[in-house]
Design a protein around this ligand. Structure first.
Ligand code: PAF
Length: 288
């Protein structure tokens, strides 16, 4: 698709003016929040937004409140011009790219905590992450007031956290998800894949391979999960992962721990390859 330059707005006032002009024409709006350095996974979410609504707004904001002090905020990859070109190509209508001062002006003092689904998994090793995600996504939803917001299943726990607080806070938006987009060898697309060395990149697809194999073993509910998950951890370390944060079998909806599959379930994992933390997840057959 050929496309002209994408309009970029940087203030909440400008964003609201654009969305209001669409509303006056009776058009519906989908929001696609991102932290930029966009790949085909993000663009698939934009395309999903376009299927579901008349207009799409993508946001690019590397949200400082969801990073811990030793995490990769400073080196998180950024390429606004490239992102704008890709969004224009995907048919997005406008990019909202606010500054940190626009999102968190001096005196900002509010936090949001989501219990239950935020705990464990990524919440254990990244204790600030989901509070920060809940805060920024709540702000983006209230700033844009879209009909629909689209998030990727790659960040599966994040998706469940967002569904939870949107329900709890009565935010009038429909949350939609997009499937994880993958490289041909199975590696989930992620902006953080750009950190991988060539040797690490060769090992990285093992994360998805191990999860898919384990899902096959666990699908009919005849096996206890523990030994299968232990095997996944051991195999990841054997192929070159430096450490494994978690490999777990959880209920697909509540993220409650499961000892064996007895209904909709997900396998979720996070592991370190050198200095890069990769996450992935896969449905266990009885989910669908
Ligand atoms: O998934 C992401 O890119 C971010 O966590 C999000 C949802 C845009 C909030 O900063």
């Amino acid at each position: 698709m050929s496309a002209g330059p994408l309009p970029i707005v940087r203030t909440v006032a400008e964003l609201r003016a654009v969305v209001s002009s669409w509303r006056r024409m009776g058009q519906t709006v989908a929001l696609i929040p991102t932290m930029g350095y966009l790949h085909d996974g993000h663009l698939a979410l934009v395309r999903r937004g376009r299927e579901l609504a008349d207009r799409t707004v993508a946001t690019v904001f590397v949200n400082p409140t969801q990073f811990g002090p030793t995490e990769d905020l400073a080196r998180y990859p950024r390429d606004e011009a490239g992102d704008a070109a890709k969004l224009a190509g995907a048919g997005c209508d406008v990019l909202f790219a606010p500054s940190s001062a626009e999102m968190y002006p001096p005196g900002f003092a509010t936090s949001i905590a989501v219990a239950g689904v935020s705990q464990g998994l990524c919440g254990a090793s990244r204790p600030l992450m989901f509070g920060g995600v809940a805060l920024v996504v709540t702000k983006l939803l209230l700033q844009a007031l879209p009909d629909i917001a689209v998030f990727g299943e790659k960040d599966y726990q994040q998706l469940q956290v967002i569904r939870r607080f949107v329900r709890d806070l009565d935010i009038p938006v429909r949350i939609e998800s997009g499937r994880t987009e993958r490289e041909p060898d199975g590696l989930a697309l992620s902006s953080r894949n750009s950190y991988l060395t060539a040797a690490e990149r060769a090992v990285a697809p093992s994360l998805n391979r191990e999860l898919v194999q384990a899902a096959g073993l666990l699908a009919d509910g005849s096996r206890e999960a523990g030994p299968v998950l232990d095997l996944v951890r051991a195999n990841l370390l054997a192929v070159g992962f430096a450490s494994v944060d978690y490999v777990e079998l959880r209920s697909a909806d509540t993220l409650a721990s499961l000892e064996r599959v007895s209904g909709p379930a997900r396998l979720l994992a996070a592991a370190w390859l050198g200095k890069t933390r990769l996450i992935d997840n896969c449905p266990v057959a009885s989910e669908s």
